[in-house]
Design a protein around this ligand. Structure first.
Ligand code: PMP
Length: 367
């Protein structure tokens, strides 16, 4: 049998595994930070209508610049994220993963490096590898916050071309203060200058305001967002960035022509018409997230403060064994490979009850 490594693949891909959480058939799945609420029926109908219209033109390529969609995304951010932006500030792609890939294709690449503060979203390092960008792993404090002084030193020493700041951070849930972003931006400009990417995939779930206003007057600062979480549309694959218009022009150099299908654009536009309903679900999830934090702490677990739709809890001598024990009770959580910790996504109240029941039973067995 021919294996991958028998093929003439790039050396840096040899022996590597593809990214992905186990997709197991379990009753309660709280492992991939999805929104547990299906789209409301009125929105499903609106999607069908808009997609039907789009289908009549499927013989034609889509709007290559997705102008209507970017305009609506700009209106959404202007209304909810505390800073006015226009279509010229926004770029959209198939999930924020594709946005991040386009950014690294444009600002990273062979001979260049990207820095992230780990543990964080592991796709940052994998997209770096896929685009031939070197990867630097920066440190975090024991409480998973970023130590500004150490981060500054790391940036000054390694002079990365791209710096990732994930806020709220995945898998820890930790928000990054605006002052920290500004300090790292200044350090990154002094060292190179380089592109600073704030990955705000979970921004809508935060207790704090969006970091969007920071892009004003900072052409090398990019905010990345997604409709996968707050809009409950992980299956849609729609991510976007907000930045200086020059950044939007720059990513055009690497985007594939017509990368965003007419069906995707129509569906995303329908979802944006229902923003208020969907943000109502976000409020419920934030309350459930806070309940998970409080109840896990009451059970005696250590819990990292969370600004996201998930909660990191521990500490365990063998987190993988505990992951399995929770799975044996019908609940799938995530073992991100952070030693001592597991991550649970906030689900519906019933799903969260099932999870809490499972960990309560574990505690009882141990005592
Ligand atoms: N950034 C972060 C921090 C994430 O956790 C995720 C999804 N897990 C993404 C980006 C990518 O999301 P998507 O491609 O669905 O927009």
């Amino acid at each position: 049998m021919t294996g991958i490594d028998d093929l003439p693949i790039r050396d840096e891909l040899r022996g590597k595994s593809p990214y992905g959480a186990p997709q197991l058939d379990v009753a309660v799945r709280l492992n991939t930070n999805e929104n547990p609420y299906p789209l409301p029926e009125a929105l499903v109908e609106r999607i069908a209508e808009r997609v039907r219209e789009a289908a009549r033109d499927l013989n034609r390529y889509p709007d290559r610049d997705a102008v209507e969609l970017r305009t609506e995304l700009a209106r959404y951010l202007t209304r909810t994220a505390g800073h006015p932006v226009t279509v010229a500030n926004i770029w959209a792609a198939n999930g924020s993963n594709e946005v991040l890939q386009q950014l690294l294709q444009t600002f990273g690449g062979p001979g260049r490096t990207a820095l992230g503060f780990e543990p964080s979203y592991s796709m940052h390092a994998l997209i770096a590898r896929g685009t031939g960008t070197g990867w630097l792993s920066g440190p975090r404090n024991d409480d998973f916050t970023i130590d500004v002084e150490r981060a500054r030193r790391t940036i000054a020493e390694h002079r990365p071309d791209v710096v990732f700041i994930t806020s709220p951070n995945n898998p820890t849930g930790t928000a990054v203060e605006a002052d920290t972003v500004l300090a790292l931006y200044e350090a990154a400009q002094a060292a190179k200058p380089s592109l600073v990417v704030v990955d705000e995939a979970y921004g809508e779930f935060s207790h704090r305001a969006s970091l969007l206003p920071l892009i004003a007057g900072r052409p090398n600062l990019v905010l990345s967002r997604t409709m996968s979480k707050a809009f409950g549309a992980a299956g849609l694959r729609l991510g976007y960035l907000a930045a200086d218009p020059a950044v939007v022009d720059a990513v055009q150099l690497v985007r594939l022509p017509y990368h965003l299908s007419s069906v995707t654009q129509a569906t995303a536009l329908a979802a944006l018409e229902h923003t208020d309903t969907l943000l109502g679900y976000v409020e419920q999830l934030k309350a459930e997230r806070d309940r998970l934090v409080a109840e896990l702490r009451a059970l005696g677990y250590e819990v990292t403060d969370s600004d996201a739709n998930f909660v990191q809890f521990g500490r365990f001598e063998d987190s993988h064994a505990v992951w399995q024990q929770i799975l044996d009770r019908g609940v799938l959580v995530r073992d991100n490979g952070v030693p001592g910790w597991l991550r649970v996504t906030a689900g519906t109240p019933d799903e969260n009850d099932a999870f809490l029941e499972a960990v309560r039973a574990l505690k009882k067995e141990q005592s």
